[in-house]
Design a protein around this ligand. Structure first.
Ligand SMILES: Cc1ncc(COP(=O)(O)OP(=O)(O)O)c(N)n1
Ligand SMILES: Cc1nc(C(=O)O)sc1CCOP(=O)(O)O
Length: 556
């Protein structure tokens, strides 16, 4: 008998996690044991090479289980068979104590020898059918997928779960495929759901305490199973306190993300029948800006700072223009009513670091972020900045841009001339794009133009108010970001409703401004516009909504 065969036969006599977790090695016994309970909430995948100095894998795994890890995978790329099996047995004796399943990565032979609960199989490893035949029907078998084609094949097996990755670029697996980012994970979840609706999945690849909630939130399909959990290597294995690293990840998994609207808060039905109710909410939101005087932290371009500050003040908000990295966390936490504008009008490497920090800190504090992808399609650098902000920096509550910018965000190969948008698609086409981006990002998108299009992916509104002079004043477009921030900071319940209030305020102020005496061109218009913003705020403070009599909105 070979050494490997001897070990496999010895392992068959080992007891797995209780009787229920034993797995068969040949033909199943007459009364087949049940499959071990599979809880993928927090999946620890190991790598001894990433342990901190002096730590042992055994103690690290035990601590991580105490912190809340629900399943462990032994993934050791540089171990020969015998030491791999020996390590597997030591780890299994720990995981069994806690009733946590242990799987072996890639090596079905080692899984059999250890007598643990199953194996995780990659695309280049043993084929699923052979692995299932060897491990038996009660073993847990997981399969890796990195694209929809693999997902389709994996979902046609009887695998117990799917590992989807990499979500982000990761140093832990140098040969990993192209990152999927949360929207790519969502596409795979939708595909899996269409083939095997009950099949659970985990995501893997650079998931940590900073991005876990964004991964779960942004990858959630409109219909079907969300991710059952996340799988991590370095976030726990490289920590010097694996118990607290695991418990932090677990609590983040269980808590709703701070940016999620309170349950049942989005009750506004956007139809013409409800227009009076919608407009009365608009008045309430603008009044609440006056009441709360929300702080609007501007990270914006040099060209528009002064104008944006004045617009914020006229609306009833409190502007601060700060690009100091040291202040970002304090500004996000200083008051319950604040929001942050990230406008990439003039952006270089230092600004990009600032955007990342601002998004992270405001996400943590549950404060809304409005992202303005200025000139998104103009250069490769800007396109990459947009991709990076949305895919890798966290969650942005609102994306506001002109048609060209929003189409670029959607992934269209628009070539913009600077920051202007003259892509010339029809409104119907733009509605599809705006809805698509909002659905993909699970946020609100505001596309500005002669007709403004607002959508949260489900509810879509067209606003046909405003005046052509708005396009002739530098900073007019950017400063709408300030008003969106003020409205979102004052009312977090329904973000689309807050955006609608901001857009109606802005465009109605423009229409009223040109009717003022002396507003004959863009210069005098911009002054009259500030006055009108202020005056409409005063009207709303008195509960007065007659300024909304001329609104032109369409609900879709
Ligand atoms: C939970 C989980 N998902 C995916 C993988 C990746 O497995 P694989 O494709 O076999 O790559 P290696 O881990 O062998 O590098 C995983 N291990 N766990
Ligand atoms: C083991 C593994 N599999 C991946 C996949 O894409 O299938 S990514 C990956 C490494 C995950 O490690 P970390 O959490 O340290 O980034």
């Amino acid at each position: 008998m070979s050494e490997q065969a001897a070990m496999m036969s010895e392992a068959a006599n080992d007891t797995a996690v209780g009787a229920t977790m034993a797995m068969s090695t040949s033909s199943p016994p007459p009364t087949s044991p049940a499959k071990p309970k599979l809880d993928l909430t927090l999946y620890l995948v190991t790598s001894s090479s990433l342990l901190p100095p002096n730590a042992t894998l055994e103690s690290h795994i035990e601590s991580a289980i105490k912190g809340g890890v629900t399943i462990v995978q032994l993934r050791e790329k540089n171990l020969d068979t015998a030491p791999f099996i020996a390590l597997g047995k030591r780890i299994h004796s720990i995981t069994k104590k806690y009733g946590v399943p242990l799987l072996i990565n890639d090596r079905v032979d080692v899984a059999l020898a250890v007598g643990c609960e199953g194996a995780h199989i990659g695309w280049d490893d043993m084929d699923y059918t052979t692995a299932r035949n060897l491990l038996g029907p009660t073993a847990i078998i997981g399969l890796s997928v990195s694209n929809v084609t693999q997902a389709s094949l994996a979902a046609s097996t009887t695998a117990d779960y799917i590992g989807i990755g990499p979500v982000f670029p990761t140093r832990t697996k140098p040969d990993a495929s192209t990152p999927l980012y949360p929207p790519g994970v969502r596409q795979i979840l939708e595909l899996i759901y269409s083939k095997r609706p009950e099949l659970p999945s985990v995501a893997i690849g650079s998931i940590n305490a900073t991005n876990l909630q964004a991964v779960l939130y942004k990858s959630r399909p409109a219909e079907g199973l969300p991710l059952a959990g996340v799988a991590v290597v370095s976030a726990i294995i490289s920590s010097t306190d694996p118990e607290s690293a695991a418990s932090t990840l677990l609590s983040l998994h269980k808590a709703p993300p701070p940016w999620a609207p309170p349950p049942q808060s989005q009750t506004t039905v956007f139809t013409h029948f409800y227009l009076p109710l919608i407009l009365s909410k608009v008045v309430t939101i603008i009044r609440s800006i006056k009441e709360h005087k929300p702080l609007v932290h501007h990270i914006t371009n040099a060209v528009v700072k002064n104008f944006s500050a004045n617009i914020t003040l006229a609306t009833g908000g409190s502007p601060i223009m700060s690009e100091n990295m040291e202040e970002v966390a304090d500004l996000a936490a200083i008051t319950p009513h604040s929001a942050c504008l990230v406008n990439m009008g003039t952006s270089g490497p230092a600004e990009r670091r600032l955007y990342a920090l601002a998004i992270k800190e405001n996400n943590k504090a549950g404060k809304p972020i409005v992202f303005d992808p200025v000139g998104a399609g103009a250069t490769g650098t800007r396109k990459e900045t947009v991709r990076w902000v949305l895919d890798e920096c966290g969650y942005v509550d609102v994306i506001k841009g002109n048609e060209g910018e929003i189409r670029t965000v959607a992934g269209e190969g628009i070539r913009m001339k600077g920051v202007d948008s003259d892509v010339g698609g029809g409104v119907e086409e733009l509605v599809k794009v705006v809805k698509g981006v909002a659905g993909r990002e699970r946020n609100v998108v505001v596309a500005t133009g002669a007709t403004d299009v607002l959508s949260d992916g489900t509810r879509t509104i067209l606003v046909m108010n405003g005046h052509p002079f708005q396009a002739l004043v530098t900073g007019m477009g950017c400063a709408l970001g300030s008003v969106l921030c003020a409205a979102l900071a004052a009312n977090k319940d329904d973000k689309l409703m807050s955006c609608l209030a901001a857009v109606l305020l802005y465009n109605t102020a423009a229409e009223r401004a040109v009717k003022r005496d002396g507003a004959k061109g863009p210069g005098s218009f911009s002054v009259a516009f500030l006055d009108e913003l202020y005056e409409i705020g005063e009207l709303c403070a008195k509960g007065e909504g007659s300024w909304l009599n001329d609104v032109k909105v369409e609900f879709m």
